[in-house]
Design a protein around this ligand. Structure first.
Ligand SMILES: Nc1nc2c(c(=O)[nH]1)N[C@H]1C(S)=C(S)[C@@H](COP(=O)(O)O)O[C@H]1N2
Ligand SMILES: [Mo]
Length: 156
């Protein structure tokens, strides 16, 4: 992430999955890279977040959905990352969002930020995002609900 272009979005959601590469990288504030595969993510303790909506300003709201997957902070801890100030999550199609630590750590009921692997009891299809950042507290937009997560960078 040399620049912030990934944080500038059009409001036209991309329905087409990026290339065939489904691998994921977690980057620590110290610059260590932890590669992850989807099956490895499935090994982490998961959380269920019910009553989620995807609020597209252009195409209307879909949901409610029940998403399931590890919390973003669980992924961080699995990589030995405990201290961070913000985290940038970027997809394979160059769509990204940045969360402050407080938002990423939200532990209020039903508000936990997760990397969803399952939607309504079924593994997320590649078309639906495969690995999708779910930020339940974002209710006015879907700019943080990043599909096809490819890179997660924690920064101090
Ligand atoms: N990777 C990626 N994630 C994305 C987008 C995108 O273009 N690429 N668009 C966002 C926007 S603007 C919307 S409205 C929703 C659409 O989600 P949906 O395809 O599940 O309806 O995805 C969000 N996440
Ligand atoms: Mo959107």
């Amino acid at each position: 992430m040399q620049h912030d272009d990934v944080l500038l979005h059009s409001h036209e959601p991309n329905p087409i999955p990026p290339g065939p590469d489904t691998s994921l990288q977690v980057l620590s504030p110290q610059g260590t890279c932890f590669p992850y595969t989807v099956p490895q993510l499935r090994q982490l303790p998961a959380m269920v977040i019910d009553h989620c909506y995807i609020v597209s300003t252009g195409h209307g709201t879909s949901g409610p959905f029940c998403f399931q997957g590890p919390r973003l902070v669980t992924v961080a801890h699995a990589c030995g990352i405990t201290a961070f100030r913000c985290v940038t999550v970027v997809s394979g199609d160059g769509f990204g969002t940045r969360l402050q630590a407080e938002e990423a750590r939200n532990s209020a009921a039903g508000q936990a930020v997760i990397l969803a692997l399952v939607q309504d009891g079924r593994l997320l299809t590649r078309e639906a995002g495969l690995v999708r950042l779910i930020v339940p507290a974002e209710r006015d937009d879907a700019l943080k609900q990043v599909k096809w997560v490819a890179r997660i960078k924690f920064e101090l």
